[in-house]
Design a protein. Structure first.
Length: 211
């Protein structure tokens, strides 16, 4: 049976960290995030929903063209353990095809909606599609609840260390708090000597550290 562990952080020798953004692309907030990462010369991973890609294809294209990673976050953001195997495959396949249209390549990483998975889901996502399931260490920041910029920053700072995967949202609802929190954190971490890398880059660094 495929491993259904969700990866929240990785062992690395480098002072590297991965920012990730869920539920986009969004034509208002995603470009603001891209600007932040241009300013700090960092890269991020955007776990996109297929239906949102369909609504904002130019935004998805901009993410790729600026050197960021696009990961699969399903087509409609369902709770995957509740679906039939056929429905689960369709959720992944439809978004994989959209990502391939944008990037020219199969996505390498996947985040389960609500971070919900199971052995049965992993048999499809990892076993058939080859996706590692990516989680995060800063769930307590709860940026999706719009708890305030200070809360998002503080709860994320508590989990900052080499190899951490950080979760934020650039899609749905008002993401202005998230944008401001990420602006603060990206500047702080870069000043502290962290490299902001994609999840795939972090996975590569981790494999090198374990050799």
């Amino acid at each position: 049976m495929a491993d259904f562990q969700v990866i929240n952080e990785l062992p690395v020798r480098d002072k590297a960290i991965a920012f990730t953004f869920d539920d986009g692309p969004n034509p208002l907030y995603t470009p603001q995030v891209l600007e932040i990462f241009r300013e700090v010369q960092g890269k991020a991973t955007f776990f996109m929903i297929g239906t949102q890609m369909g609504k904002s294809p130019e935004t998805a294209k901009a993410v790729h063209e600026q050197g960021h990673e696009i990961g699969n976050h399903t087509y409609t953001h369902p709770h995957l353990p509740d679906l039939s195997p056929e429905e689960c495959r369709r959720e992944l396949q439809l978004t994989e095809e959209l990502i391939q249209q944008v990037t020219g390549a199969k996505p390498k990483v996947f985040r389960p909606p609500y971070l919900a998975t199971s052995e049965e889901v992993a048999a499809i996502t990892a076993g058939e599609f080859g996706y590692p399931a990516i989680g995060a260490v800063n769930g307590a920041a709860m940026d999706w609840e719009m708890p305030g910029v200070a809360h998002i920053v503080e709860k994320t700072r508590e989990q900052v260390r080499p190899g951490s995967i950080l979760l934020f949202h650039d899609g749905f609802d008002d993401r202005s708090q998230t944008v401001e929190a990420v602006r603060i954190l990206a500047a702080e971490l870069t000043a502290a000597g962290y490299r902001l890398v994609t999840v795939s880059e972090l996975l590569t660094l981790s494999r090198a550290a374990l050799e």
